[in-house]
Design a protein around this ligand. Structure first.
Ligand SMILES: NC(=O)c1ccc[n+]([C@@H]2O[C@H](COP(=O)([O-])OP(=O)(O)OC[C@H]3O[C@@H](n4cnc5c(N)ncnc54)[C@H](OP(=O)(O)O)[C@@H]3O)[C@@H](O)[C@H]2O)c1
Length: 191
């Protein structure tokens, strides 16, 4: 069955962005970049990958899920279809948008993910953000965290508010880079 993979950059104190969506403190240079792009080249925005020559060969994903706030990050810059090399599904109960290979849906994300998993295809990338991740946390099969060596203090958490419900994951690989970024990969136990 297709896996749902939450692949995301996170601060040491568990934030994926600052309180106003700031992400410029996350490390975009260093020895982790080439290594991570080699394996996860299909998570680089289409235009950026094309400009930098990042290869999508051998990519694991064919679909990406975004909450509206994550999708909306590109809108002020005219980016309406950030990952158009993938099937993009944006969750929103109140917005509409049009873009190449992009659909906006008010459907229940859990039901959507379960239906996608029944279909043939590659892995499903949960891009974010924290609110959508909280809604579909129990559907996540694999977590790939790019832990950045910094504290945010406050911001948008890796997962939005959820009831107390511990879920075990087992660590399947960790690579520490000279830049201080640590890439850790976990699979849901029993998955
Ligand atoms: N560090 C990283 O790698 C990374 C990756 C991705 C995102 N981010 C950051 O994360 C931030 C956004 O995260 P966020 O937690 O604020 O928001 P989010 O999860 O991206 O989006 C939340 C919105 O998605 C829609 N949504 C969420 N749950 C839904 C549900 N169950 N059903 C239908 N629609 C639902 C709602 O939109 P409506 O209000 O329109 O209904 C909700 O307001 C951005 O600043 C972005 O830069 C960081």
């Amino acid at each position: 069955m297709r896996e749902l993979v939450y692949y995301v950059a996170v601060s040491l104190d568990g934030y994926i962005a600052g309180p106003d969506g700031q992400f410029d403190a996350l490390l975009s240079e260093g020895d982790h970049m080439a290594a991570i792009n080699e394996r996860f080249g299909d998570t680089v925005p289409t235009d950026i990958a094309d400009a930098l020559g990042v290869s999508r060969d051998g990519g694991m994903f064919d679909t990406v899920l975004m909450g509206w706030n994550t999708y909306a990050v590109g809108l002020p810059f005219g980016v309406t279809s950030p990952y158009r090399h993938l099937r993009q599904i944006v969750f929103s109960r109140s917005h509409e948008a049009a873009g190449e290979n992009l659909e906006v849906t008010a459907s229940d994300p859990v039901e959507t993910v379960r239906a996608l998993k029944e279909q043939d295809g590659g892995a499903i990338w949960l891009c974010g953000g924290g609110e959508l991740a909280a809604a579909i946390a129990d559907e996540i099969d694999r977590l790939v965290l790019k832990r950045n060596p910094l504290l945010f203090g406050t911001g948008i958490p890796l997962f939005g508010r959820r009831p107390y419900a511990p879920r075990r994951f087992s660590e399947v690989g960790t690579t520490a880079f000279g830049s201080g970024v640590v890439l850790s990969e976990y699979v849901r136990m029993g998955a």
